[in-house]
Ligand binder design. Sequence first.
Ligand code: PMM
Length: 270
Amino acid sequence: MADRPLLVGIINVTPDSFSDGGLFREPDAAVAHALRLVEQGADWIDVGGESTRPGADRVPPDEEQRRVVPVVAALAERGIRVSIDTMSAATAQAAVHAGAGMVNDVSGGLADPGMASVVAEADVPFVLMHWRGHSADMASRAVYGDVVAEVRDELADRVASLTAEGVRRERLLLDPGVGFAKDGGHNWRVLANLRVLRELGLPLYVGVSRKRFLGALPSLAGSDAEARDLPTAVVSALLALDGVAALRVHDVAATVTALEVVEAWREASA
Ligand code: PMM
């Protein structure tokens, strides 16, 4: 599909991520899983060493780097495109040195004042996610009058700050931050109204994979995180039809199938 979204496969090298925590703590297991995701069709692999699940503890940057840098290096050596999922400027820098070609910061540069200069210097794509605070207290910040307009305006402020600090605008991808300082209703409203975020004129990057709001669908009551792969694939198809630029997912194979459905649909309607 000419304009299909880029698929970003997720590797969490953490003991405590909410959906795949602990599975890929050893670098070899993480690399093997990443290679499987690439075979299945991932365009990028997003490597993270700090869980952002609600209530998670912060990880010191040296421990985070100990987790992620060997994995980033091993994947980059194999020619795989790697992004680093971090809020730490030092970790972003270490990962870029190890071969990462994109920085994904769930805080959009707010958590670490050094992030903008690292990204400006590296001149790599930067995923700027909507964020209102660390996991420990983000639930209390899920208060909005008009969630869609506020997410747009807060992202616009971040675009202005980052570009003022030397990050090139064409390096930015905007992420609505599904599940970050947002309840289920906020998530659905933002996802169904991405056209408003598109007013900012930058490509959209979205991560819904296995998130809690999908587990809240009535038919999934009491099921585990993997049961969320089906609604993840359905939402991914809707987002692809809506024209998002990138999807961050755990189950790459299912997302590839979802995108094939979208392609068939589009071709038949042309
Ligand atoms: N979600 C998580 C982690 N990193 N990065 C971006 N850009 N967007 C997201 O929505 C996002 C992210 C949390 O999910 P995980 O624990 O499954 O990785």
